[in-house]
Design a protein around this ligand. Structure first.
Ligand code: UGA
Length: 457
């Protein structure tokens, strides 16, 4: 029989958890979001969404009658499918901390019932965690039965800022585990796999999109796919950045080079954007996670280590570019446009702007920073940094000796740059995201495409 509407519990209400709640409710399932953070659950009950993610609040509001919020694990007893979407922050030594995974498994276990239930792990977890979760359930549940309870790994590939589109129209769905468990999850996802749901107004189906690839694997392979995918993307960016540095020296243009190599279907054009490198909560954590897994087995991973080194070198390259033009940075006024680790999010985790502001301040430059969305969060999360907030990009640039574009917000692309340059003390733009290519702007330092050696005065 085709199971249509199922009862689902989603544990953890971060990016992955909230995205999963919204997706499954939109597919027609009844979903309860569970978090141990009571304040967050209260907020969600009031209809407030604690993170900034385009379209998420409105989708959750549309599905409000199918969605419930709780802090009580007792809801697990009624669930057909239970998703674990808790965080796995890096612990000491780079290996992910399984404290929250353990907490979720131990919370779920006593409430497992004698109906058939699937436990789906969506958190990014070290290889072997599926088995570990199963063991915790066995130990802590009187009802656990391998013939009725199935642990499946179903990694999440969504990006912040485009979470809903990525969830509704994924490239592939990876499900690893026992065939019965995978079959049950396949039934839950049927409308997604067949693309039979009505696309939400804010997140229409892309024209060329057909349907996701479905990849069934073992538990361990699914866990590895998540890490390997992120590590490969991180590597691709670092590769572009390493080539960009050489482009600068030999007089080639990385954007032309990326276009030229990306046109080869085996390489592909995406994730070859050179600049300040990656930030965010995932690439750094997952590359480190793989390296630390390798270390556990006495297996060095030099390619991944190099990708990390190149990534963080890019942050220093910006400082060097400023020094080349301005000589000493002491007493210089530097505008930093963009604080979030990428556009369309207020997420500041591992944001390159953080290191940039910190280093500039250490060199006694005065920093004026702007971000269209992330400034309130920066005030809370970066109290240790010294900078002045600018209410808009124009105020940031006024009398500045240089401006660094650290995040490629659309708003920055559309500025009247020629007019703004006239308000600066020196018209120097360090375009650290390669977003401006106007011939009017002679003094842009692009990454991988050297500007003139001294800014026009
Ligand atoms: C990343 C992956 O893209 C998702 O598939 C994955 O699900 C997610 O991690 C995760 O593991 O949770 P995310 O961190 O949200 O998603 O952000 P991305 O859009 O991938 O960007 C990561 C960073 O790379 C950003 O700082 C971005 O500016 C940088 N980037 C990206 C570049 O520097 N160059 C590029 O060409 C592309």
């Amino acid at each position: 029989t085709h199971e249509s509407s199922q009862q689902v519990v989603v544990i953890g209400t971060g990016y992955v958890g909230l995205g999963t709640v919204a997706l499954l409710a939109h597919l027609g399932h009844r979903v309860t979001g569970l978090d141990i953070d009571a304040a967050k659950i209260e907020q969600l009950r009031r209809g407030e969404v604690p993170i900034y993610e385009p379209g998420l609040a409105s989708l959750l509001a549309q599905q409000a009658d199918r969605v419930h919020w709780t802090t009580d694990y007792a809801v697990v007893a009624q669930a057909d499918v239970i998703f674990i979407c808790v965080g796995t922050p890096p612990g000491p030594g780079g290996a992910p901390d399984l404290e929250f995974i353990t907490g979720a498994a131990v919370g779920i276990a006593p409430h497992l019932s004698d109906r058939s239930q699937v436990l789906v792990n969506k958190s990014t977890v070290p290889i072997g965690t599926g088995d570990f979760v199963q063991r915790l359930l066995e130990e802590h549940s009187p009802h656990f039965d391998e013939t009725r309870h199935f642990v499946v790994s179903n990694p999440e590939f969504l990006r912040e800022g485009t979470a809903l589109g990525d969830s509704l129209y994924p490239d592939r769905i990876v499900m690893g585990g026992a065939p019965e468990g995978v079959a049950r999850l396949t039934a839950l996802y049927a409308p997604l796999i067949e693309q039979t749901f009505a696309p939400p107004a804010e997140t229409p189906r892309p024209e060329s999109y057909l349907r996701p690839g479905v990849v069934g694997t073992t538990l361990q392979s699914a866990e590895m796919i998540k890490y390997a995918a992120n590590a490969f993307l991180a590597l691709k960016i670092s590769f572009a950045n390493e080539i960009a540095g050489l482009c600068e020296r030999v007089g080639a243009d990385i954007q032309e080079v990326a276009t030229g190599i990306g046109a080869d279907a085996r390489i592909g054009p995406r994730f070859l954007q050179a600049g300040l490198g990656w930030g965010g909560s995932c690439f750094g954590k997952d590359t480190q996670g793989l390296i630390s897994a390798g270390r556990e087995y006495g297996y060095p991973m030099p390619i991944l280590q190099a990708a990390i080194d190149v990534n963080y070198r890019q942050r220093q390259v910006v400082i060097e570019k400023l020094q080349r033009h301005l000589k000493t940075l002491k007493g210089k006024r530097i505008a930093v446009l963009g604080m979030a680790f990428k556009p369309n999010t207020d997420d500041l985790r591992d944001a390159p702007a953080h290191d940039l502001i910190q280093r500039l301040h250490a060199m006694e430059a005065s920093v004026v920073a702007h971000d269209p969305v992330a400034m309130p969060r920066a005030r809370r999360e970066w109290p240790h940094l010294t900078y002045t907030e600018a209410p808009d990009p124009a105020s940031a640039l006024r009398r500045a000796d240089a401006v660094v574009i650290a995040t490629e917000w659309d708003e920055y692309r559309g500025l009247d740059w020629p007019a703004l340059l006239l308000t600066m003390r020196r018209p120097l733009i360090i375009d650290a995201r390669n977003v401006l290519r106007s011939p009017l702007l002679a003094q842009i330092e692009q990454f991988g495409r050297e500007g003139p050696s001294s800014p026009a005065e």
